[in-house]
Each structure stands twice: as structure tokens, then as C-alpha cells.
Design a protein around this ligand. Structure first.
Ligand code: COS
Length: 383
């Protein structure tokens, strides 16, 4: 499905695919077993430009449009969702927050390192007691002279133990979502600690962490945006993050389709290839339709973003559909592969384990449905 990609967009997609076929796909099973990608892949990904997509050239990025960004995220999702997560969180959730809401000094301080991959960012919103209900988070930031002192705990933070800087959301007043502020916290600040969470079902190649803030002191210049605007920053950035997750899910569906076609046309049973059985063709046909439908929803979001139009509800629809489609496709890919689908020497098992979190993080499927329902009806189910 090619719609209307221009030459630059096609060239980036081809470059990304060729790079990932060579540098990531042959290693992804081992990285998954090791519970860590080889960190040498990060400067290599940076050279291709993954970390600089959509960051303006004046801050060391590649510039470029959002459609190119989602093409990159799709290729990363097809290759290894752990890699997609590392880029999406550093360039996306962290970088796009700074780009959208930072002062000139903050942009100059953080964006060049994010864009060239020499620095990684993470996004500290979720807490042990507030996942979907992010507006009620309890971490605190107290003003103390010219500083803020942060206390609290964050959970399930991608890049947490690898990051150089964390965007931390903490409460500066008790006024629900309106009392939340955002802070750029260097991870070597005193009182900042990150501990890796092991034993995940999927996304095993990326570092997922708990963050602990114990009297963690940052200067007032670490405040991103105004006091009390942190929740809006989180929500605005998450709208884009959801497009990125959805694009990664398109890559999972595409990968499931490709591996299923390859397997079904090469394995023979009852004297003919699996692809000759109509029930196998049905599984493959469902994946093919899901890939096209999810991709179109994602590209619509990219187009809206590139034209400066509202895209929040479109992002919820893309994220909802693409993440559910990724689980469906991976499950079907296992069915096509039979016993081979149940071991990690073949791609479907990892696709399924990675896909499973996509319906949970950056807003569960249920949250997306309530957001879409709120947009359609004007009735807010969250109050
Ligand atoms: N863009 C910009 N502003 C937004 C916004 C968005 N997408 N969504 C909400 N806001 C603003 C609202 O306009 C409101 O602003 P005012 O104070 O000016 O009225 C403010 O934020 C509070 O919004 P709301 O009342 O909707 O807050 P709720 O606590 O009801 O939010 C949801 C509910 C479910 C929308 C929110 O908590 C959410 O998205 N939860 C999921 C969190 C998530 O994705 N977690 C994953 C973390 S990253 S792995």
C-alpha cells in the first residue's frame, strides 16, 4: 500500500528497512533472551536518523514531517518493538514535550543530544497507584528558594535506567490535574534513582524501570512550561505518543503477515503448501486487511499533525485499532506457524509478547474507547 509517499519519505523507509533487516532482525531473538538489546545499536540507529526525526535542524535534528516519522516507527515495530520503544520515548515523549513546551534554553540544552542519540530521555508519568488515572498522581514538587525538591515514585518507565534525563510529572498543588507540573530532571541529580524491572512478558530488550525521587533537588529552570500545566503537557504529548505506538503496531501486523506468507508458502502438509488451504488463507487475509486499515488510520493522524489540525481522537482510534490488530495478527501468525509459532526461533512468539503491552500502555484500549466516546457524545465518563 503506497498511497502518496514522496521520494524522500520512500527513501527513508527503504533506508530504515534495509538497516533494520541487517542490524536488528538477525539479533532480536538473542536480545529478547538477554533482556537487553546490544546498546551499540543506539549510535547506529542515530546515524540513520531515527532519533532526529521531526526535531528541527536548528536543534540538531533531521526536521522532516510526521509521515516520515510514522514510517520509521512502523519499520522499527516490524523489526523489534523494543527498539521502537527506545526511540519513541526519547525522541517522542521526551523530545516532543521539550520541543512543544520548552524555553529556548531548555531546547538548546536537551534536544541536540536527543537528536543525535548521545542522550536518552524518559517520561515519568505513571505511578504505582495512578496508571489510567494520571491526573491524580501523587509525586510532589516543593518550591525551596530557587529550587524545586521532588519526592515520589514512578513505575513502568521505558528507558528509565538508561536515560540521561527524565521528564517527571509531580504535583505542585492539590488541584487534581491542574496541580500537576513537569520537570526536566537529569538522572544524575542527587536523590534520583532508577531500578530496572525484570521479568516482562514482552519488550524485553528495552529497559523498563521504577524511578525513586527522594528529596531530589532541581533548579527552578528545570520547570517545563508553567506551574500547573504539566498535565496538559502530558496529554498533548501522549496524543502524539499514541500515534507512534499505533505506527509500531502496524509494523507488528506487517511483520506477522510477511512471516506467515513465507511460512505458508514454504511448508507442505497433506502434499501441498499451507497456503493452499483456505482456512490458512483466511488467517493471512485478515492480517492483510488489518495492516492496511491500521496503516491508513496512522497515516491520517500523521497527515492531520503535518497540517496542524486537531488529531487527538484520530490518535485514539489509530492506537485502539492498531494495538488490537497487532495482538490479533500475532495470534493468527502463531496459528499459521503451528508448533513453530510457539518457540522463539520464529518471529510470531515475540510479536505476540511485544504486542500484548500495546493495548495497555500510553492509554489502555478501554481509555481510548472512553476518549472516543467522549468526543462522539460530549459526555465525560471520567467524572
Ligand atoms: N490535550 C490537551 N489537553 C488535554 C488533553 C489533551 N489530549 N486531555 C485533557 N486535557 C486537559 C483538559 O482540557 C483539562 O484542561 P482544563 O484544566 O483547562 O480544563 C485538563 O487536561 C484535565 O483534563 P480531564 O478533566 O480530561 O482530566 P482527567 O483526569 O479526567 O483525564 C484521561 C482523564 C483518561 C483523559 C487521562 O487521565 C488519560 O489520558 N489517562 C491515560 C493516561 C495514560 O495514557 N497513561 C499512560 C502513561 S504513558 S505509558
Amino acid at each position: 500500500m503506497d498511497l502518496t509517499l514522496n521520494e524522500e519519505q520512500q527513501a527513508f523507509r527503504d533506508l530504515a528497512r534495509e538497516f533494520l533487516d541487517r542490524e536488528a532482525i538477525p539479533h532480536r531473538t538473542q536480545w529478547d533472551r538477554d533482556e537487553s538489546v546490544d546498546l551499540d545499536i543506539i549510535p547506529k540507529m542515530a546515524e540513520i536518523g531515527f532519533f532526529g526525526l521531526t526535531i528541527p535542524e536548528e536543534y540538531g535534528g533531521l526536521g522532516g514531517d510526521y509521515l516520515t516519522y510514522v514510517l520509521g516507527m512502523e519499520e522499527l515495530g516490524r523489526a523489534d518493538s523494543a527498539l521502537r520503544g527506545i526511540v519513541s520515548v526519547s525522541n517522542g515523549l521526551f523530545g516532543k514535550s521539550v520541543l512543544g513546551f520548552g524555553t529556548e534554553e531548555q531546547k538548546q540544552e536537551w534536544l541536540p543530544g536527543i537528536a543525535d542519540g548521545t542522550k536518552l530521555g524518559c517520561f515519568g508519568l505513571t505511578e504505582p497507584d495512578t496508571g489510567s488515572d494520571a491526573g491524580n498522581l501523587t509525586s510532589r514538587a516543593r518550591k525551596d528558594g530557587g529550587d524545586y525538591v521532588l519526592n515520589g515514585q514512578k513505575l513502568f518507565i521505558t528507558n528509565g535506567t538508561w536515560a540521561d534525563v527524565a521528564l517527571v510529572f509531580a504535583r505542585t498543588s492539590d488541584d487534581g490535574p491542574r496541580g500537576v507540573s513537569a520537570f526536566l530532571v537529569p538522572t544524575d541529580a542527587p536523590g534520583f534513582e532508577a531500578r530496572e524491572i525484570k521479568g516482562k512478558l514482552g519488550l524485553r530488550g528495552q529497559a523498563t524501570a521504577e524511578l525513586f525521587l527522594s528529596d531530589c533537588r532541581v533548579p527552578a529552570s528545570a520547570l517545563l512550561g508553567e506551574e500547573g500545566k504539566g498535565f496538559k503537557i502530558a496529554m498533548t504529548t501522549l496524543d502524539k505518543g499514541r500515534v507512534s505506538v499505533a505506527a509500531g503496531c502496524v509494523g507488528i501486523v506487517q511483520g506477522c503477515l510477511e512471516t506467515s506468507v513465507e511460512y505458508a508458502t514454504s511448508r507442505t502438509q497433506f502434499g501441498k503448501p499451507l497456503a493452499g488451504f483456505q482456512l490458512v488463507q483466511e488467517l493471512i487475509s485478515d492480517m492483510s486487511v488489518d495492516a492496511d486499515a491500521a496503516r491508513l488510520l496512522v497515516w491520517r493522524c500523521a497527515d492531520l499533525i503535518d497540517r496542524g489540525e486537531p488529531f487527538g481522537t484520530a490518535a485514539s482510534k489509530a492506537k485502539l485499532f492498531a494495538s488490537e490488530a497487532a495482538v490479533r495478527a500475532a495470534n493468527n501468525a502463531i496459528q499459521v506457524h503451528g508448533g513453530a509459532g510457539f518457540i522463539d526461533e520464529y518471529p510470531p512468539a515475540k510479536y505476540l509478547r511485544d504486542a500484548r503491552v500495546m493495548t495497555l500502555y500510553e492509554g489502555t484500549s478501554q481509555i481510548q474507547k472512553l476518549l472516543i466516546g467522549r468526543a462522539e457524545t460530549g459526555v465525560n465518563a471520567f467524572v
